[in-house]
Design a protein around this ligand. Structure first.
Ligand SMILES: Cc1cc2nc3c(=O)[nH]c(=O)nc-3n(C[C@H](O)[C@H](O)[C@H](O)COP(=O)(O)OP(=O)(O)OC[C@H]3O[C@@H](n4cnc5c(N)ncnc54)[C@H](O)[C@@H]3O)c2cc1C
Length: 294
């Protein structure tokens, strides 16, 4: 049977949108591939009432509360195609099943592109992070290494001096102008010009000249892009941000394609669970209004 809304992505943003719609007794279907962005982290910080909680447990609790509403259908799977137009969309999943809906919400998150440094990917979310507000406090004012990935990295290094003793490792990814260099030193950061060979131990850096620098944790700014290519394939406008690209929306969270909305990391920056939940709640209520006054 046709849905009022199909939500692609059932993590924090998608479930926050779904909750508003379920409470308006709308029929909705969530398709989720189960790859939350923070899936490698054991603790999530900064979200009210859940500070320090297991991010998987947070998502599970939300899913349970959502599935208690009789108008909600959950599909574990990957949405592979989206066709149609406002009031007549069809989502196809990897198993070949099709679902029809009047509105679509992309809450499909982003893909992180980390620098190609040996040892980085497997430590992502464990001892290598991007958000100081999420993971800076636990480093207990210790030694922090900030690995260069692009123009934003010096800004990240400056900010992180609030959380510990920073060593900035540009790793040939950016050239520091004299003012930025000066500002970093004024904030107490040191700058290590040698290139990075690999990440070793928990969060130590093996330099190309053979020295090893030890840190309590490392930070890096990944480049992001929407995890799903479906918005682009459908013709939704994509915009550049300082961190990469995201799906463009108006203030009601509608994309440039009528009837298609987007929320959470895929349509927002900066990124956090709190912001994704707020953005999802906004998308849910605005989609509901678009159904009322269609
Ligand atoms: C390592 C790490 C640690 C973090 N720690 C914190 C923290 O401590 N506190 C904090 O506030 N924030 C933290 N964040 C940020 C936080 O994870 C994100 O802001 C948040 O997950 C965004 O929620 P979302 O719902 O927009 O997207 P996601 O949580 O990324 O969820 C997107 C969902 O969409 C699904 N999906 C994508 N494409 C499809 C498709 N085609 N079909 C079906 N499903 C699809 C995915 O599988 C996934 O389940 C962290 C991020 C990282 C990378």
């Amino acid at each position: 049977m046709d849905q009022d809304v199909i939500i692609i992505g059932g993590s924090y943003a998608g479930m926050a949108a779904a909750l508003q719609l379920a409470r308006a007794r709308r029929k909705l279907l969530i398709v989720d591939a189960g790859e939350r962005r923070n899936r490698s982290a054991s603790h999530s910080h900064g979200f009210l009432t859940q500070d320090g909680a297991d991010p998987a447990e947070m998502a599970l609790q939300a899913r349970k509360q959502l599935e208690a509403y009789s108008t909600v259908t959950w599909v574990d799977g990957n949405a592979t195609a989206l066709t149609g137009e406002r009031d007549r969309f069809v989502v196809e999943c990897a198993d070949g099943v099709h679902y029809a809906g009047r509105r679509v919400i992309f809450a499909s998150g982003v893909r992180d592109h980390l620098p190609a440094i040996e040892g980085m990917a497997e430590r992502w979310g464990r001892s290598i992070f991007h958000c100081p507000y999420c993971h800076g406090y636990e480093l207990d004012k210790g030694a922090i290494g900030v690995v260069g990935s692009g123009p934003l990295s010096s800004h990240q290094a400056e900010l992180l001096t609030e959380w510990g003793n920073v060593t900035f490792l540009p790793n040939d990814t950016l050239e520091l102008d004299p003012q930025t260099h000066e500002r970093l030193l004024e904030r107490g950061a040191s700058i290590e010009e040698a290139g990075i060979e690999s990440i070793v131990n928990e969060a130590d850096v093996l330099l190309s000249d053979g020295r090893v620098l030890s840190f309590s944790g490392l930070f890096v700014a990944p480049r992001v892009e929407p995890a799903s290519t479906l918005p682009l394939e459908l013709g939704c406008s994509i915009q550049e941000t300082p961190m990469g690209t995201q799906v463009q929306t108006d203030t009601t969270k509608e994309t440039s394609v009528s009837g298609v909305f987007a929320c959470g990391d895929t349509a927002l920056s900066p990124h956090s669970v709190s912001l994704a939940v707020a953005d999802g709640a906004m998308a849910g209520t605005q989609v509901h209004r678009s159904l009322v006054w269609s």
